[in-house]
Design a protein around this ligand. Sequence first.
Ligand code: FES
Length: 175
Amino acid sequence: MCCRPSVYLRANAVPDEKIGRAEDDWVEGLQDRVIRDMEKVYSTRVMELWKNPQNAGSLDYPDGYGQVTGPCGDTMQIWLRVREDVVVEATFWTDGCGTSVVCASMATIMAKDRTLEQAARIDQQSVLDELGGLPEEDRHCALLAANTLREAIGCVRPELTKNRAERSAPPGTAT
Ligand code: FES
């Protein structure tokens, strides 16, 4: 009961657009505080990818596809386009946490323009290194990204895993 008069007064005294602006300012201030708190814990690279994720989405007719559900219950999917043994496109989707989006962004960035063999060597640690590290409780998100990438690479058709020289070499001569 005691707050009614002030709500009434405020609602009558302040035009709607000003209330809206005050709420917007409050939300903006809150967002700024959340971001400042996050910047104390996460690297600049993590923050960049958190604000601006890369390679989100699926690919039509992918050459490689992986889907993995981690122990946390979150699922990640990665799609690959491969040309002459090189990953030319890598995209992802996840229903996981913000850090899983960051890790999937990084794993797909790292996979692009690498041979399948090089991309298959991307592991949890290399994702963490590229991100400048993650707090202990978020490190498993990098493992989910690396495992999903490997799953996608693992299902690429064998004929796409050879480079042009290997494909044109007579049988038994390719290294
Ligand atoms: Fe599940 Fe981050 S908490 S992937």
